[in-house]
Design a protein around this ligand. Structure first.
Ligand code: SAM
Length: 208
């Protein structure tokens, strides 16, 4: 008979997995879609928010492009990595916060790369409203959502926020969608674990 696994053990395991993930991606370049967001931003506001900022690769690119950047992550390890990465840059602020409790400043770009997967489902409508209302018209949202067929929906112990394709499209009623890509395939995570990926990548401009 196996002993039941405690919540502390689950939390520790997930922190351990995130630490491996941060080690794996910490030297990674920013995503090409972040360059697209900078090109598309017509809001006149050089302020960006990176939700679930991980190791800060996209923050670095935005800061190099003269953005005032607010990054936040719920994981203290991510916050420590980003605070030390940007300690001498007064244009970058890093907060330890969750999607649900972050204070979203008015911005021209909001990034949520592979992060809103983990938002609290029961509060997501409100979280999304906070994000949308923080974006100035002409500003850009770029990020990913997790679909119902993703294996994490079935086997992950923590919070996961699956959406249907229709639900994702409906989130963008106040936007012009520039890119919409559905990924549905077997693949690997950044730390080499097999999983089924079902995600939606969206880049969209908020209507003025
Ligand atoms: C897959 S990583 C992506 C990191 C980064 N955006 C990137 O593209 O490299 C997801 C990040 O979301 C963070 N995260 C998970 N749940 C969160 C929450 N409820 N609020 C804020 N950040 C969260 C994790 O700690 C992790 O750093």
């Amino acid at each position: 008979m196996f002993a039941p696994i405690s919540l502390d053990e689950i939390l520790f395991m997930s922190r351990d997995v995130w630490q491996k993930y941060y080690q794996e991606v910490k030297n990674r370049k920013h995503l090409p879609r972040t360059e697209v967001a900078v090109r598309l931003n017509q809001s006149g506001l050089h302020v960006a928010v990176d939700c679930g900022c991980g190791t800060g690769s996209d923050i670095e690119f935005l800061a190099q492009n003269n953005y005032r950047v607010y990054g936040f992550d719920k994981n203290p390890d991510s916050v420590e990595i980003c605070r030390s990465r940007f300690f001498n840059n007064s244009e970058v602020t890093i907060d330890e916060a969750s999607f649900e409790n972050f204070y979203y400043p008015e911005s021209g770009i909001v990034l949520a790369n592979s992060s809103l997967f983990f938002a609290e489902s029961s509060l997501f409508e409100r979280t999304w409203q906070l994000i949308v209302s923080s974006l100035r018209g002409g500003g850009v949202f770029s990020g990913d959502f997790i679909g119902e067929k993703d294996s994490w929906v079935f086997d992950r112990s923590g919070s996961i926020n699956p959406l249907t394709k229709r639900e994702v499209v409906e989130l963008f009623s106040d936007f012009e969608i520039v890119k919409f890509h559905e990924r549905s395939e077997q693949g690997k995570t950044a730390i080499g674990r097999e999983k089924y990926w079902h995600t939606f990548l969206v880049t969209a401009i908020k209507r003025i």
